[in-house]
Design a protein around this ligand. Sequence first.
Ligand code: DX5
Ligand code: ZN
Length: 222
Amino acid sequence: MLLSASILSADFARLGGAIREAESAGVDWIHVDVMDGQFVPNITMGPVIVQACQRSTGLPLDVHLMIHEPIRFLPAFEKAGADTITVHVEACTHLHRTLQAIRDLGCSAGVALNPATPVEAVGDVLDLVDLVLVMSVNPGFAGQSFLPSSLPRIRRVRQMLDEAGSQAHLQVDGGLTAETAPAAAEAGARVLAAASAIFMHPDGVAAGVRALRQTVEPSLTK
Ligand code: DX5
Ligand code: ZN
């Protein structure tokens, strides 16, 4: 199981320190939530923050673009140091071209699904992706509750990937805590993105990471 720590709940006044704490606690990736105030009702960060993350850590940067027509900004994020760039099915007029453009830049390509989007929407691009992200909240904010309706969706994507013989990562993002993460793992998630459970844990980042890992690792079936 890979843990991707979303900096959305980190203290931006000391971002480098927060990222280094997550790295020492053993997270695998750093998840950067980019929002444009149009695709989602919030505005967060852009390439300059990705660049700042790159200066703070050697961990892979998992950049989640919640922006309209992300194809416009792919080179800027690649240049800033993104390793994986994930775009939303709902935000791309030309999804196929967008995913190809990510790979042409040398990045890993991810495709994300909002909770109401049929998972079949990614069926025809599985050969173009290195990661499928099933959102388990409506994107826009950290700290929301996990939607249980995501569980059958995670299972269906797992099945689609297995049937296609795809090695793509199956990522789940939103509302993951020590309570909800085991069900997501059991449904087939192999990358968990979490903000609050890591950066807002009352006993600190290391305790947050430990709590998540302890609950998901026993439930691993493959
Ligand atoms: C939601 C973002 C998530 C968010 C997760 O729009 O894509 O990555 O930061 O936050 P938590 O883990 O607090 O639900
Ligand atoms: Zn995210």
